[in-house]
Design a protein around this ligand. Structure first.
Ligand code: ZN
Length: 93
């Protein structure tokens, strides 16, 4: 069943192109997730101000907030794999 809404987290990023805090990513989860886990992921994001889009690591998010009304088809879904930083750390260690 798809109600179109789900629980999860909204990450806010600063746009590297225009500098505004208009870049959002979503981490969908029905459970409480540790912030470290959310930050360790890579997200496909786009700026709602200037239209820039690209990948952003959760580590660079300026804000993470929980929501119970996450749009299922919203832009900026988590890509489901860790960001490069985390991967490199793993390889190095
Ligand atoms: Zn922008």
């Amino acid at each position: 069943m798809n109600t179109g809404k789900t629980r999860g987290y909204v990450l806010t990023f600063r746009c590297i192109n225009c500098g505004r805090h208009e870049v959002f990513a979503h981490y969908a989860s029905e459970r409480i997730v540790f912030e470290d886990q959310i930050r360790g992921r890579l997200y496909q994001v786009s700026c709602e101000s200037c239209g820039w889009n690209g990948d952003a690591c959760g580590l660079s998010a300026i804000r993470i907030s929980h929501t119970t009304e996450l749009k299922a088809r919203a832009a900026g879904q988590g890509l489901g794999f860790p960001c490069l930083n985390a991967t490199q750390k793993k390889l190095a260690g």
